[in-house]
Design a protein around this ligand. Sequence first.
Ligand code: SF4
Length: 357
Amino acid sequence: MKRRIVPFWFPNLGCPTRCTFCDQFAARGEAISLPNPEQLRTAIEAAAREEAPCSLEAAYYGGTFTALPAEMQERLLEPASTLLKQGVLAGIRVSTHPSFTSSEAMARLGRFGVTTVELGIQSFADSVLAHNGRDYHGERALQACRSVQSAGLALIVQLMPFLPEASEEDDLDAARLVAELVPDGVRLFPTVALAGTRLAEWWREGLWKPPSLEATTARVARMLRIIAPARVSVLRIGLQASRSLDKAVLAGPYHPALGELCRSALLADVVHFAMAEVHRSETTRPHLIVESPLASLLTGHDHFGLGMLNKWRPADSYTWTIGPNTAPPARQAHSSFWRSEVFLVSLHGNVVRVSRT
Ligand code: SF4
């Protein structure tokens, strides 16, 4: 059944510090007032009437939920908790900060039926966290993830590649830790400078250089290569474009199809390595066959994926065609080279085949 999230925004509420890159008011628009419990109940019931049949979840986003006073958390959760017991909601999720994941805090969430905790981890590297106003260490971030998991709650990890001071290795390390933790999902938000943040000042002063779209997709693709084999769902790549964000983003990789571009770069990256493998054993040029529904990953957005591949491998060093969909038995005859949620890359002689998974 389709899942629909009913989000309630609590911009920066409960946050222990203001992180250098964050302004939830700018990100969501100014006209946000905190809903009272009755408004929460009414909004959820209205969504249930409009959206049926679907699996509905209420989400408390935009701040540090578990840092709020306990009575406030309980007052906010109570209407959703009741609707969960009545079967109107299928789940409740909250977003919070790694420093507020004590067993007591997790137990409270559990009592009110919270099913998922989204942790704004951003980076596991101590120096990156310190530089960006995050008041904890990487070890604390790991413990926070484990606290959520050991409380029996689903864990979603949010990471921000390209934070100031983050090297490529820092971002790849974060991906490796996610692959080890195997959370229930990950969201990747490549860093952008929002108006009114310290990061925007750093950008104006030349202290932070935003990555190009190409550099962003290449690095995120490398992160995905690490995360995908661990069967971790990638729920989102890049901020969801909106009118308020269109105005608020001053610099950085903000693109309405960033996720698709990153998946194109991932396909190009994996195919590049698969072709290198072919070269090891074959004397003929590699031939790439891409199943037709996946061809847009190479040809979409003005041949973005193909452009990436040709940066790493000259266009005349291989041939390629869009192939028909392959029947499952033929797929099994191929040796699997790499698999993601979206595509499978397999090798057969000098042929590199990309099929749906
Ligand atoms: S990143 Fe998270 S903890 Fe930091 S200010 Fe924003 S909402 Fe608060």
